[in-house]
Design a protein. Sequence first.
Length: 506
Amino acid sequence: MATIRSIDNKTPSAELYTAAQVRALDQAIIAGGVPGIQLMKRAAKAAFDVLLARFGQPDFIHVYTGGGNNGGDGYVLAGLAAERRLPVEVVAVVAPEKLTGDARLAWQFALQAGVKIRSFAADAPPASGIVVDALLGIGFSGELRADTAAAIEQINASHLPVLALDIPSGLNADTGAAVAAAVRATTTVTFIGLKCGLVSGRGPALCGELVLADLQVSEAHRHGVTPSATLLNTTRCLDLLQRRAADAHKGDFGHVMVIGGDAGYGGAALMAAEASARAGAGLVSVATRPEHVAAILARRPEVMACGVVSGQELEPLLARPSVLVIGPGLGRSPWSEQMLQQAMKSGLPMVVDADALNIMAAGRVVPTGTRRNNWILTPHPGEAARLLNTGTADVQQQRYQQVTALQQQYGGAVILKGAGSLVADQNGEVGVVTAGNPGMASGGMGDILSGLLGGLLAQGLSVGDAARLGACLHAEAADRAAVLLGERSLLATDLLPQVCELLRGH
């Protein structure tokens, strides 16, 4: 994931806003006596300071401007650069004569500062310097105009460092969805508050380093504007764990049973079981195909392995555990369906992952409309689409909306996996995991997550707290492992030593 920091290098506020909420904050500031043009100058000054701190004294600054206030920010930045006698030009995709309001005042400021302004032409991209993206801003949705699309193509084709103002053009501020031609920024300076779309979906890939400039917005201005979501912090989530009493015993920390590992997929169940044990569960067992038992015991003798050939054989075993993890390596065979059927009948708290979700979506084993308050569902976008009877692209286009829809339909807590994983809890609150890296795009990562979640539930955490902590722990461990091993070589089990380190002292 991209680095996120505030303009003063401190940890940024955790609140995430929609575009409409940020506009409401903007209007509250203006109503409080700060003229719009003054706010625009604050934004441009903050972005200019980041430009100099991040890139030094550039050979040339190419500022691509559109027709709204985002373009106005770009004009003011260009004017500030000219006042510093830095070589700068504005590439106007929208004729400046068409600008109105504060954006027009910003253009006039740039003119007075002696900025060269030329109309955009679809020719060769700039060959040196820094590019500033001030084309669209947070109001963008839908499709690009032809000239804007051509300008973005030119920016990306330059292969120069790009500073995006507020948001990379072509990225939706609310959803994290983006058009194919969106700007790929090196650094994004976002204003007033972090936008939801910057940290999930396509946002992390397009924003690069993300810097928040709050423009001196006070708490009084923020009063009455409730954030849409929050960033999840691993350190704060770890505080959910209680220190163990000196006279604690294994019965105090629950018994997780992992149900899965159809023929050929025993490794998935084993990884989930080992993750549950490393998360702190007092006891961990596995109900799996008999042929996997020997391998599980050889790899992890602390795990109790039971071979079961039918749901009838599983049923009496379900009197032992306090939490179930079902799905890792489960498959979609008749055996798989019998396992899920018995797990559902038990009424135990559970983590539902992988093919257990796909069987649920089919509606045969788990009746359509089933809701439970004591489970955590962990779909990736494809599984989420099947659960909601929609398409994977639809899920990715509206990640925040869809994770909320899943939680409302199925109850409990839901983790919608992907870049900027989303966690919706039983109260409908949404959190975003900002840790994680592309090395996690490999087999078994979801099995480790489901096991961690089961281990946390077994220790008494609520489904919401377990989902938040488990998702953060999983992603943070992956980042630490990637530092040691690199992203390309990262394996799911590489996360477990890092999980242990993160849990040390908690």
